[in-house]
Design a protein around this ligand. Structure first.
Ligand code: CP
Length: 334
C-alpha cells in the first residue's frame, strides 16, 4: 500500500501512471478522489517543488494538506527501536504516524540522507519506520535512497518531449562544492531502466552508486530489453545522447567526512559540468535536472537557458505525476 520507490512497478503500471499524469496535465481529468480527505506532508528537510506541488495537487484533487516539520512545527522525532528516549527527541515515530493516520488518508515524508553513515542511511531507517508503523499509505517525498515522485515526473517529461520510444538517456554526475544525497540519481536510473531506456551513467572514479541498486537497475533494464552502461568518460557519454540528466552526489566512502569528499572532488570541477561543448556531441539532447540547480557549477547559463532545457516543464510535471500517484493510491472507495 505504500509508495516508497518504483522497484515493484511493472512497465505497464509505470506507463499507466504517466498516462494518468498526462491526462491531468491536459485538463482531461477533473476527478476529486481526495474530496473530504486530508493528507499529511512531513518535511524533515527544505523543499520548494515537492512541498508546493504536493499542497497544490492535494487541493486540486479535492483534499486538504497538513504540513508538519518535525523539530519545527511538530515535536522532534525518534525512529530507533527500543531506545531510551532521554535525549533531545520528544516523540517516537510509532505514535506520530499512528496518530496522524487517525486524521489523514496518507502521509508523505521527506527525509534526506544526513551523509554521516552510509551503511545505516542506505537502509532508509526513517522512511522504513514510517512504513512499519503507519496504518495509512506512506508516500516517499525523497528519502536517503529514493525520490520516486521525481523519477516518475522525469519519465513523464521524457515521454512528453521525445515520445514513448526507447531513448539514449545519460545520467551524469556534475561537480558541486559539497556532497549531496543520492536519492535522485538512484531513482532516475531505476525508473529509466524500468522504462527500457538505453541508460548511460557517467561519474568519476570513487562516485559509484550503491552496488545493490545498480544490480537492481541492471536486472530491470534486462527485463525491459533496455541497457545500462557505466563510464568515467563524460565526453564519450554525451555522444549520441538524447537526454542529458545532470546531478551531483556524494561519495559513499566519504560519508561522515565531507571535507575529504570536498578535497577529492576539486579535481573534477573544470571537466564535470554540462556546457555547450558537451551538448554539441549529443543528438539534440534535452537537458534535465531535478532542481534546485547551481548555475555555472552543474550547468552553464548557455545550456540551462537554451531551448534544449526542459527543467521548468520537468518541475511542473511533479504536480501532475503526484496527482496521478495519489489518485492511484487513494482514489478507490474505502
Ligand atoms: N526536485 C525537488 O525535489 O525539489 P525540492 O527539493 O525543492 O522539493
Amino acid at each position: 500500500m505504500h509508495f516508497l520507490n518504483t522497484t515493484a512497478f511493472t512497465l505497464d503500471e509505470l506507463s499507466q501512471l504517466i498516462d494518468s499524469a498526462l491526462r491531468f496535465k491536459r485538463g482531461e481529468d477533473h476527478s476529486k478522489p481526495l474530496a473530504g480527505k486530508s493528507v499529511a506532508l512531513v518535511f524533515f528537510n527544505p523543499s520548494l517543488r515537492t512541498r508546493a506541488s504536493m499542497q497544490v495537487g492535494i487541493y486540486e484533487l479535492g483534499g486538504h494538506a497538513v504540513v508538519l516539520e518535525p523539530g519545527g512545527t511538530s515535536w522532534t522525532l525518534e525512529q530507533r527501536e527500543g531506545v531510551v528516549m532521554d535525549g533531545d527527541k520528544t516523540e517516537h515515530v510509532a505514535e506520530f504516524v499512528r496518530v496522524l493516520g487517525r486524521y489523514c488518508a496518507a502521509i508523505g515524508v521527506r527525509t534526506f540522507a544526513a551523509l554521516k553513515n552510509w551503511g545505516e542511511e542506505r537502509t532508509d531507517p526513517i522512511l522504513k519506520a514510517f512504513a512499519k508503523y503507519s496504518e495509512v499509505p506512506i508516500i516517499n517525498l525523497e528519502s536517503a535512497m529514493h525520490h520516486p515522485c521525481q523519477a516518475l515526473a522525469d519519465m513523464m517529461t521524457i515521454q512528453e518531449k521525445l515520445g514513448a520510444a526507447r531513448r539514449r538517456v545519460v545520467l551524469t554526475w556534475a561537480w558541486h562544492p559539497k556532497p549531496l544525497p543520492m536519492a535522485v540519481p538512484n531513482s532516475f536510473a531505476l525508473a529509466a531502466a524500468q522504462m527500457g531506456h538505453d541508460l548511460v551513467i557517467a561519474h568519476p572514479a570513487g562516485y559509484e552508486l550503491d552496488e545493490e541498486l545498480i544490480e537492481t537497475v541492471t536486472r530491470r533494464a534486462e527485463a525491459a530489453r533496455g541497457g545500462v552502461q557505466v563510464t568515467r568518460n563524460i565526453d564519450a557519454a554525451f555522444d549520441g545522447a538524447e537526454v542529458i540528466y545532470a546531478k551531483s552526489w556524494g561519495a559513499k566512502q566519504f560519508y561522515g567526512s565531507p571535507e575529504r569528499d570536498i578535497a577529492e572532488r576539486g579535481q573534477f570541477r573544470e571537466k564535470w559540468i554540462v556546457d555547450e561543448q558537451k551538448m554539441s556531441r549529443t543528438k539534440n539532447a534535452i537537458f534535465m535536472h531535478c532542481l534546485p540547480v547551481r548555475r555555472n557549477v552543474i550547468v552553464t547559463d548557455a545550456v540551462i537557458d537554451s531551448t534544449a532545457s526542459v527543467v521548468i516543464d520537468e518541475a511542473e510535471n511533479r504536480l501532475h505525476m503526484q496527482k496521478a500517484i495519489m489518485a492511484s493510491l487513494l482514489g478507490k472507495e474505502d
